[in-house]
Design a protein around this ligand. Structure first.
Ligand SMILES: NC(=O)c1ccc[n+]([C@@H]2O[C@H](COP(=O)([O-])OP(=O)(O)OC[C@H]3O[C@@H](n4cnc5c(N)ncnc54)[C@H](OP(=O)(O)O)[C@@H]3O)[C@@H](O)[C@H]2O)c1
Length: 509
């Protein structure tokens, strides 16, 4: 199919595969919480609107807060725009209150599920979504298993458990959590969520790399000078200080989002788009990352915390002055790292990763800088003054892809300019085409597709790279000092110096 998507771009739709799941129920633990209201229910409603939920489905929310089915529906109704499909959707939503620590709750849950299964003719296919405090994951899974609710039958019925982040707080706790989950569930039943993987633009990294033959030949050390991955937020710690003081940026962003993006950008081509083929390649890539060694000068790693400053014309306080943050907190709100991948493709190509809070604006992007021309025919312009081509994968908020090229500018014979060839998702496909990450991930879970979920081995590899750093920072060991940066800047001077010492600059400044 061909259609005019905007005034200047024609989109040829070759292939669009979207299948619907089998009848099933979605059981949400943590149904009175923030994630359910802001993300999960709106995502399920959007799937319903787009007719991607099965005809036979129900949603059962569970939490301690006492609520009737109607009260739950009224609460959920505030989380999405009213339209003529809303009432029919809410007719599929139910609520059960109880404490996940009580055995009696699971008796009630079992009996409620039996009734819903019969009423909606879903068979015993179920997704259990654990949107709860992480210390409850094992307890809930154990109870579900002992109540026979996660048992998969020979008739093909299935039970899947979605685990929210954070998944552990270091290698040891992640291994322990995996071990506990595996006592009751198989790996194919466990869906570890990293919502970044559900973003259209993150998935597009795979499409760009492996549905186009022109990129792979240049996607390597011969043509690429360096790769930069930036995940920046302009917000501070907001109301999450309690969590953040125990977590810090390395756990909150690096261990999951940045390492996952890195793996998608740098992995070898998988043999197929099947979940384990993609995940095998990601794991191989993570295994090839050289362990990070910190030094006092900050050649490989810089960690920092924001001080007061100005963002969007407003004065904001230092991290240590935020409510519920210790006045002498050593928690990092910014990390920049230089990662080395020890394999044939990437030998000698630095991967610079950086993430922080209170940076000038919210942006997630991958900047791939190619090598400069080896020789300039445009004397007196020397190769060094000819800017390198940069491919920018903008993951959010202006989702798209850009490529800078050098071109002749009309005018004198030697008149050159950098041009940007930009493709913007929203302009081309419209805003409706950008489903929320949770829509994709919930649908994939119902379909039994684990491609965009994190497998045990890659989760543990990411933790094993970062845990030695965390242990040094949080122990009494002799670790390099915490740096500081003004809120509203792109991080500490030390992070800028990290690249400058290698003759480079951060792409976004
Ligand atoms: N919110 C986000 O944007 C976000 C983003 C990424 C990941 N996550 C993760 O998602 C999970 C949930 O986050 P959230 O922000 O939604 O948390 P939240 O607002 O604090 O909600 C927690 C939920 O768990 C329920 N709960 C806690 N202990 C319980 C117990 N013993 N028995 C029954 N229910 C219990 C609470 O029920 P009652 O209040 O009724 O007691 C509430 O519904 C966390 O692991 C978080 O790290 C959240």
């Amino acid at each position: 199919m061909t259609r005019e998507a905007s005034s200047h771009v024609t989109v040829h739709e070759h292939y669009c595969v979207e299948s619907g799941p089998e009848p099933c129920g979605v059981v949400i633990f943590g149904a009175s919480g923030d994630l359910t209201q802001r993300k999960l229910i709106p995502a399920l409603f959007r799937l319903y609107e787009r007719e991607l939920l099965p005809e036979n489905f129900y949603i059962l929310g569970c939490a301690r807060t006492a609520m009737s089915d109607d009260a739950f529906r009224r609460k959920m109704r505030t989380s999405f725009a009213t339209n003529d499909k809303m009432a029919a959707f809410l007719d599929h939503c139910f609520y059960l209150s109880g404490d996940y620590k009580e055995f009696s709750f699971y008796r009630e849950l079992r009996s409620r599920l039996a009734k819903l299964t019969e009423a909606f003719r879903t068979g015993s296919n179920r997704v259990f979504y654990l949107a709860t405090p992480p210390n409850l994951y094992t307890e809930i899974t154990n109870h579900l298993s002992e109540s026979q609710l996660t048992k998969e039958d020979d008739d093909g019925s299935w039970a899947r458990v979605v685990i929210e982040k954070p998944f552990g707080r270091d290698l040891q706790s992640a291994v322990a959590l995996n071990r506990e989950l595996h006592k009751k569930l198989t790996e194919s039943q466990i869906y570890r969520i990293d919502h970044y993987l559900g973003k259209e633009t993150v998935q597009n990294i795979l499409m760009l790399r492996f549905a186009n033959a022109i990129f792979d030949p240049i996607w390597n050390r011969q043509y690429i000078d360096n790769v930069q991955i930036t995940v920046a937020e302009s917000i501070g710690v907001e109301h999450r200080a309690g969590y953040y003081e125990q977590s810090g940026l390395l756990r909150d962003m690096f261990q999951n989002h940045l390492m996952e993006i890195l793996a998608l950008v740098a992995m070898e081509p998988p043999a197929s788009f099947a979940a384990n083929c993609v995940r095998d390649e990601k794991t191989k890539l993570l295994r090839a990352i050289r362990p990070l060694v910190e030094d006092r000068r900050g050649d490989n790693l810089v960690r920092a915390q924001y001080e007061g400053g100005r963002i969007d014309g407003e004065t904001v306080v230092a991290y240590r002055q935020e409510a519920d943050v210790a006045a002498d907190s050593m928690v990092e709100t910014f990390v920049a790292a230089n990662l080395v991948i020890d394999n044939w493709r990437w030998q000698g190509v630095p991967f610079y990763l950086r993430s922080g809070k209170r940076l000038p604006r919210k942006v997630s992007e991958v900047a791939i800088t190619f090598k400069k021309v080896p020789h300039s025919i445009f004397t007196p312009l020397m190769p060094d003054v000819l800017p390198a081509n940069v491919m920018l994968l903008n993951l959010q908020p202006d989702e798209g892809i850009g490529l800078t090229i050098q071109a002749k500018k009309p005018g004198p014979k030697l008149c050159m300019a950098s041009l940007a060839m930009d493709f913007n998702y929203r302009e081309i496909f419209g805003t409706d085409s950008m489903p929320d990450a949770y829509e994709r991930l919930l649908l994939d879970c119902m379909l039994g597709d684990q491609t965009l979920f994190v497998r045990e081995d890659s989760m543990q590899l990411a933790w094993s790279l970062l845990t030695p750093l965390l242990q040094r920072w949080e122990g009494s060991g002799n670790s390099p000092p915490l740096c500081f940066y003004a809120a509203g800047s792109w991080g500490p001077q030390e992070a800028i110096a990290l690249l400058q010492r290698q003759g480079r600059n951060w792409y976004t400044q």
